[in-house]
Design a protein around this ligand. Structure first.
Ligand code: NAD
Length: 416
């Protein structure tokens, strides 16, 4: 595997790049160069056919100087410890970028959920909680959904935690169903947050949605909802894709219609007939559009395809979508990247609201959630933009500078 395909090494390069432009204590750098705690677990599971299968799971607390660890749980065949470490580092930065009182954590299980039954998925989710039970809790580490996990799974996990704890502890998991203490608006929060960031960028550059073509890679929770919000705001959403295939139409696509047809044709964009042109995920990234949104997995823009990226701006809704080499290539070509730690921070922000609601027992209407989310996203975009202009750095480095200053202050104040 080449260097930059390792997400953790990529994350550490991003850290090194940011600290070149700032004054940060040596202690803080040392502490932030590796995770605080790493838990690796075996998850034995009796499958539907009666045979035992052992799954491998991880949970990482990267840094908890600013508060309990917070970050999602990923179910994917390609999960590795390095990936989880990278994701937990990015969560540490992200939570500081939006200034919410959490450190960073992340979890993952090596599994392809499409290969197991619903019953096995539920048992796996519960056994994973059994394995990490001591490691999580409302004041310690608060997991949430990520790739291939959703509110149903959070509901199962939360219930398993409650059983083991012997009490109702809704603030341990966020992204739960509303019936179990989930927050109104959490389902679309990552996408809505990204749309506020895109809106700020557009205003800064005097751009109009009607004249802006957008391509989105990944048609899951975040990609689909963002496509829908942008379409409804007047943007031309010209390309969409899932893991199997992409679809392109220069006139524009209605994401809701595409989702409907995807479901009706067996669950894949590949099978949709009679409209647009089928493209691969690689081709989608290289389309001549104004905004490119990676909303699937990490390491999709690398040194191999960065020169072919034509979009003026890349909005990283997926975590870690651009490698450090690709970052440099895009920058040298005058492309801008709105980094994951800012662009997709809406999800964790509303998770924070969910945690507050669970702890106070006072529940908010969706309007209140969105109003608070909008304020945070727009304020932090402005902060990042100011630092970008002041220090003449990229959006990513500016976001890291702001986050690292906040984290370092907490590390130093603790007197380590
Ligand atoms: P999801 O599982 O709902 O959707 C993932 C989508 O990516 C699916 O459409 C899938 O078909 C597609 N995909 C998978 N492999 C692909 C490949 N190789 N090429 C192209 N597409 C592929 O996941 P999600 O919750 O929408 O998360 C997407 C990204 O957003 C991830 O990077 C995640 O870490 C990040 N993110 C999610 C949240 C959240 O609230 N869910 C918050 C912050 C960041």
């Amino acid at each position: 595997m080449e260097r930059n395909e390792n997400a953790f090494e990529n994350a550490m390069e991003q850290l090194k790049e940011a600290i070149k432009h700032m004054d940060i204590s040596e202690n803080a750098i040392k502490i932030l160069s590796s995770p605080e705690e790493v838990l690796e677990v075996n998850i034995p599971l009796k499958m539907d056919d009666g045979k035992l299968k052992v799954f491998r799971g991880f949970r990482v607390h990267y840094n908890t100087s600013r508060g309990p660890a917070k970050g999602g749980i990923r179910f994917h065949a390609g999960v590795t410890l390095d990936e989880v470490k990278a994701l937990s580092f990015w969560m540490t930065i992200k939570n500081a970028v939006v200034n919410i009182p959490f450190g960073g954590g992340k979890g993952g299980v090596i599994v392809d959920p499409k290969e197991i039954s619903q019953n096995e998925l539920k048992k796996l989710s519960e056994r994973y909680v059994d394995a990490i039970f001591e490691f999580i809790g409302p004041d310690k580490d608060i997991p949430a959904p990520d790739v291939n996990t959703n509110e149903t799974i959070m509901g199962w996990m939360s219930e398993e935690y409650n059983k083991l704890a012997g009490k109702f502890s809704p603030a341990t998991f966020t992204g739960k169903p509303i019936a179990l203490g989930g927050s109104k608006g959490r389902d679309i929060s990552t996408s809505l947050g990204a749309s506020y960031i895109i809106d700020e960028y557009m205003k800064n550059h005097n751009l109009a949605p009607e004249k802006t073509a957008v391509a989105i890679q990944g048609f899951g929770n975040v990609g689909y909802n963002l496509a829908k919000i942008l379409y409804e705001s007047g943007y031309k959403v010209v390309a969409l894709s899932d893991s199997k295939s992409g679809i392109y139409d220069e006139v524009g696509l209605n994401p809701e219609e595409i989702m409907k047809e995807k479901i009706e044709s067996g669950g894949s964009i590949r099978n949709i007939g009679g409209r647009g042109k089928k493209i691969t995920n690689e081709e989608l990234l290289e389309l001549d559009v104004d905004i490119l949104v990676p909303a699937a997995l990490e390491n999709v823009i690398t040194k191999d395809n960065a020169r072919k990226i034509k979009a003026k701006v890349v909005v990283e809704v997926a975590n870690g979508s651009t490698t450090i080499d690709a970052d440099k290539i895009l920058e040298s070509k005058g492309k801008e990247i709105i980094p994951d730690v800012l662009a997709n921070a809406g999800g964790v922000t509303v998770s924070y609201f969910e945690w507050i609601q669970n702890r106070t027992g006072e529940y908010w209407e969706a309007d209140e959630v969105f109003e608070k989310l909008e304020k945070i996203m727009r304020t932090e975009f402005k902060n990042v933009n100011e630092t970008k202009l002041e220090k003449n750095v990229s959006y990513r480095t500016a976001a890291y500078i702001i986050a690292l200053e906040r984290i370092a202050k907490a590390i130093d104040a603790r007197g380590i």
